[in-house]
Design a protein around this ligand. Sequence first.
Ligand SMILES: C[S@@+](CC[C@H](N)C(=O)[O-])C[C@H]1O[C@@H](n2cnc3c(N)ncnc32)[C@H](O)[C@@H]1O
Length: 259
Amino acid sequence: MTNHKDVVTTHFDNYASNWHERFKNHAFYLRFLAVKDFVIDKQIYGKVADIGCGTGDYCQLFSPEDYLGIDISPKMIERCKNLYPDYLFEVADGDKLDIKDKSINTVLDVAVIEYYDDPLPHMIEINRILEKGGNLIIAVPNGSNITKAINTFYNDLINPLRRILGKKSHKSHSKDPRVEHRSKTFHQMKELSNVSGFEIIQHSYVNILLFPVFHHLVGKLNKKISSMISRKNTWKWLTKYSSTISVYEFKKISDTNKK
Ligand SMILES: C[S@@+](CC[C@H](N)C(=O)[O-])C[C@H]1O[C@@H](n2cnc3c(N)ncnc32)[C@H](O)[C@@H]1O
């Protein structure tokens, strides 16, 4: 049987040639700006491990001597090396890192944990390499977004029923139906941090979709208006249930001592 990590690796190998271009897309760019806010405004520096770095675009926030980009997809890492030749990149599984205990000050983990059935072993590995008090920044699809709730409803209830009835599943977000995006609510992230030695310091919601439920009906207009208001403070009240992405800053408060 194919291992799930092999499925994810092949999936992202196939995205490697054009992932960097996606970085300019509205939602991806807003995610970058939200991470940048946490990194630059709070002056988070030191040794940085960017786990699941994709095409390595977040390296631009750090100096080459402090940064290490890691990805399970060899094609992504090949692309990183072409795009950012001054920076260091390695192919590795984010759950088994060849990095010394407590030797890293900051970990970036942008759009990675949604590919895990259970992200706890991954969080424990991050805990192992981070110094106490070190920062962890995670971006993950926002599980409180109304659209996500509808997807969960389809995935957990309607799709199994449709399969029993011999009908096709409601369409999945991903090209490969075996690669799901598991979104997380604030509550789920808090629970995850509690069991892996972290504390949430701050979080933000990114990329408002004004009409998340009716996006397919008012797609272009929705995107246009939403992009105008996404980073405006006056519209912050709208964010929790309408944003597609959430970004968290954690601090490591204790060792987990688990392997
Ligand atoms: C959605 S992309 C995000 C890339 C980048 N962080 C960004 O925001 O542009 C997820 C990345 O995580 C990588 N990834 C998934 N599981 C991983 C694992 N166990 N170890 C290391 N990288 C992993 C994938 O290969 C992919 O490049």
